[in-house]
Write a protein that binds this ligand. Structure first.
Ligand code: UDX
Length: 434
């Protein structure tokens, strides 16, 4: 099939490459001409395992191309996916202006005799599909089109895998013609397809992410009780997670969730629920527990070091989770800034996040170094903020020899408490006995 994806960010670019990989002809449209030129030159703007090969292979096979022209994309595609950003606003609501602008632009180039399916792939509040439909109709009275909601569930760091082998495909559609075309798009992926109305599909995305965040906050709240009582949160998580109805995934206690999706989507879900007159107060508690997890961690560091001013603290990990270069809404970045605010001397290292950290200038007070070992040189405390495999495999004896005092605060429960203590570290983690 001929497909067009508007917006070449995480979701748009990975989706485009994966659609091409299964045999569709894909046009990726972006209004950032610099980005389009760089993609045309073979440069991939984000780090995502497997993506670079996928893009190069499909460009070479002439199944994938990049343009800044919406008209080119819409004219030459049966199905048009919208994958533009939906950033948060200070009150928690979603800024839908990019979606609205793209809807107007699509309306401007739709032809009356060429039926098109316009698919919303960006994460949006319930009832956005209705607004996209109204907007296109208002700006193009004769257009033949249907709007579909097709939320994306990919995780950064394993986006290609998630897209190629999805658990399910959700198609929110109020038109049989559009549903049939969407089923054809996804046929090669051989995944279960759930067809719903548009509003339900939009809700599924917010409800899924909120539920996962709730699981994380739940186990983090349990971790606080473990810390207070001497129990072990990992054993509790395994004990409850082996119940199939609960499941062990997303029960890893730590510094809390971050990233470009969970914080934004939970805030947006709370906001739209308020707007609809059915406040979702449970999710406010999820947010509170998440924030509290970082505060409790900081308090424990303060207790251990007494005064943070002038203390040399090494931080391992800046990205919001491993296997990504994304540092947006990263708890690791927040922790570094907390330390800097209190006058600590912070040296930080991340396997993939350094470039973004320099570029986005989110932690200007910290010294960024080129290796994990350089970071711990002379440090009075090592804080593990992101659980990269590189850190799990680090030579801990060397770490200990390089540190001024061998104290470790493990914010992601990466290391084994017994090993760390036996090696002579003063070791603290989350919800596990020291
Ligand atoms: C998430 C959803 O998983 C995905 O389906 C959706 O499309 C986008 O949002 P992502 O933001 O890439 O994906 O990351 P995810 O792996 O879900 O992790 C989110 C955050 O939760 C990270 O900060 C991670 O460290 C944290 N987390 C995750 C925990 O603290 N504990 C866990 O057990 C799992």
């Amino acid at each position: 099939m001929d497909l067009c994806i508007i917006g070449s960010g995480y979701v748009g670019l990975v989706s485009g490459a994966c659609f091409a990989e299964v045999g569709h002809r894909v046009i990726c449209v972006d209004n950032d001409i610099k980005k389009v030129k760089s993609l045309q030159a073979g440069h991939i703007p984000i780090y995502e395992p497997g993506l670079e090969d996928l893009v190069h292979r499909n460009v070479a096979a002439k199944r994938l191309r990049f343009t800044d022209s919406i008209e080119d994309g819409v004219d030459n595609s049966q199905v048009i996916f919208i994958a533009v950003p939906t950033p948060p606003q200070p009150d928690g609501s979603v800024d839908l202006s990019y979606i609205e602008k793209v809807a107007r632009e699509i309306a401007g180039v739709l032809k009356p005799d060429a039926y098109r399916v316009v698919v919303d792939k960006s994460t949006v509040p319930v009832k956005t599909g209705e607004k996209v439909t109204d907007t296109i109709k208002r700006y193009n009275k004769g257009a033949a089109f249907d709007v579909v909601s097709n939320p994306e569930f990919l995780r950064e760091g394993c986006a290609v895998d998630d897209l190629m082998k999805p658990d399910r495909i959700v198609i929110g559609s109020n038109s049989d013609q559009a549903t049939a075309l969407m089923k054809k798009v996804y046929e090669p992926f051989m995944a279960p397809v759930l067809v719903t109305d548009i509003n339900s599909a939009e809700l599924i995305k917010h409800a899924a992410n909120s539920f996962l965040a709730l699981k994380i906050s739940y186990i983090n709240a349990v971790s606080a009780i473990c810390d207070a009582s001497g129990a072990d949160v990992e054993m509790v998580a395994t004990g409850i997670g082996t119940d199939k109805r609960i499941g062990r995934n997303f029960l890893n206690a730590g510094l809390g969730y971050g990233g470009s999706c969970f914080p934004k989507d939970i805030a947006a879900f709370i906001h739209i629920a308020d707007e609809l007159g059915v406040p979702f107060t449970l999710l406010k508690e999820v947010q509170r527990i998440n924030a509290d997890q970082r505060t409790r961690f900081l308090n424990r560091v303060r207790k251990a070091l007494w005064v943070l001013r002038d203390k040399r603290i090494a931080v391992w990990g800046l990205t919001f989770k491993p296997d990504t270069d994304d540092i947006r809404s990263s708890v690791a970045i927040d922790i570094v800034n907390d330390f800097i605010k209190e006058g600590a001397v912070v040296t930080a290292y991340d396997p993939k996040g350094m470039e973004r950290a320099r570029e986005l200038k989110l932690i200007e007070g910290a010294k960024l170094v080129d290796s994990a070992m350089e970071a711990v040189e002379g440090a009075e405390l090592l804080v593990l903020a992101t659980e990269w495999p590189e850190f799990a495999n680090a030579d801990l004896a060397e770490v200990k020899s390089k540190m001024h005092t061998p104290m470790v605060f493990d914010g992601r429960n990466l290391f084994d408490p017994k090993t760390m203590t036996e090696m002579g570290f003063t070791y603290h983690s989350i919800g596990r006995p020291s």
